[in-house]
Ligand binder design. Structure first.
Ligand SMILES: Nc1ncnc2c1ncn2[C@@H]1O[C@H](COP(=O)(O)OP(=O)(O)O)[C@@H](O)[C@H]1O
Ligand SMILES: N[C@@H](CCOP(=O)(O)O)C(=O)O
Length: 322
């Protein structure tokens, strides 16, 4: 996460009177992440994460995110559990922002995932999709085609200040995806941002998943495509087919893909690359003065987009259907 909003000691002390969490020992801003303000909170009852929801998070979506974490934890997924206050509510306000406290998970995010960690995240993703079944609330993906169109309109005229020709490439890509996006595939609750920094591992195994603030209802295979983008490229930009095969096999061993899902993976991977290119580009062009945040490189996702546009088919990603 990042820190956009500061919380003073008095406001925090007052806020914590609403919970049974004991006395504050310390609170530190967390520099990682880009979306919300996050703090590591230590009290006499343990360690917690305090999140203040910022810009891209609509308040109307918060009951979905918080209810989803409650649902997934109850279904046995290792994810943060919202801490409910004395009045039973998990969501309240602090420093003028909606705020929640969640349980702290142990583990390390892999900086450069191993093949075995890729296999494990594939299995964990399928487990997340399974655990999400039966969740009563729904949320459409605000960052699917219609959302991309809005982001393109916001960024396209300034895109060439980041890379010559980027505006044209983005406009062409959006047009391609609008005419090739699958109409219907198996769908349900997806994480939609399962990057390495949102996964904790102990050794080769995934030990926990965090950051459900992009979760929504969309195609399961799109979530797999997001993971292939985030986990299977090396720091020099090279696609690692061994990691992709491990990730895909980890997923399909737990949840086999239909023929239509498997065939759609290349275009879904292309869409996922455009989605992260656009949000990164938007953040790059609209930096918040004074915020503790490290904007992410949009060009990394331009390069991934180019890779997917050349992919020969689902076998590029080690994918076979059931
Ligand atoms: N429940 C948690 N347990 C332990 N660490 C956490 C937890 N939630 C967040 N963090 C830490 O905060 C960082 C940012 O969290 P994240 O949810 O990814 O933020 P953002 O939504 O702003 O991107 C993580 O990389 C991790 O270090
Ligand atoms: N994963 C996205 C940015 C969202 O940040 P996160 O910290 O919530 O994962 C990206 O890499 O562009």
């Amino acid at each position: 996460m990042a820190v956009y909003t500061d919380v003073d000691d008095d406001a925090l002390a007052q806020f914590l009177t609403e919970y049974n969490l004991g006395e504050v020992l310390s609170m530190k801003g967390i520099a990682e992440g880009v979306e919300n303000s996050n703090f590591l909170l230590e009290t006499t009852r343990g360690r917690f994460i305090l999140t203040l929801f910022e810009k891209r998070v609509a308040e109307a979506d918060l009951p979905f995110f918080i209810g989803l974490m409650d649902h997934l934890a109850l279904a046995g997924l290792s994810c943060p559990t919202p801490i409910h206050g004395i009045d039973g509510r998990a969501l309240r306000r602090l420093a003028g922002r909606p705020a929640v406290i969640v349980s702290f998970l142990t583990g390390m995010s892999p900086r450069r995932p191993t093949v075995k960690q890729c296999a494990s995240v594939g299995t964990a993703l399928a487990g997340l999709h399974e655990a999400g079944r039966g969740f009563a609330l729904t949320r459409e993906n605000a960052l699917s085609l219609a959302g991309w169109r809005r982001l393109v309109a916001d960024c396209v005229t300034r895109a060439d200040s980041v890379r010559d020709g980027l505006g044209r490439t983005i406009a062409d890509e959006l047009a391609f995806l609008e005419s090739h996006w699958p109409a219907d595939l198996p769908r349900g609750v997806i994480h939609a941002d399962l990057f390495t920094d949102n996964v904790f591992c102990i050794g080769d195994d995934v030990s926990g998943i965090i950051d459900f603030y992009f979760a929504c209802n969309d195609f399961y295979a799109y979530d797999l495509a997001i993971c292939l983008n985030a986990w299977c490229f090396e720091p020099d930009g090279a696609f690692n087919a061994t990691k992709a095969m491990a990730l895909s096999r980890g997923y399909t061993a737990a949840r086999p893909l239909s023929v239509a899902e498997a065939a759609a993976v290349p275009v879904l991977a292309r869409g996922a690359a455009l989605r992260f290119l656009l949000t990164r580009l938007y953040d790059w062009l609209n930096q918040v003065p004074g915020a503790l945040v490290r904007p992410k490189d949009p060009i990394e996702y331009l390069n991934k987009l180019r890779f997917h546009a050349q992919a020969s088919g689902p076998e590029t990603y080690g994918i076979t259907s059931a």
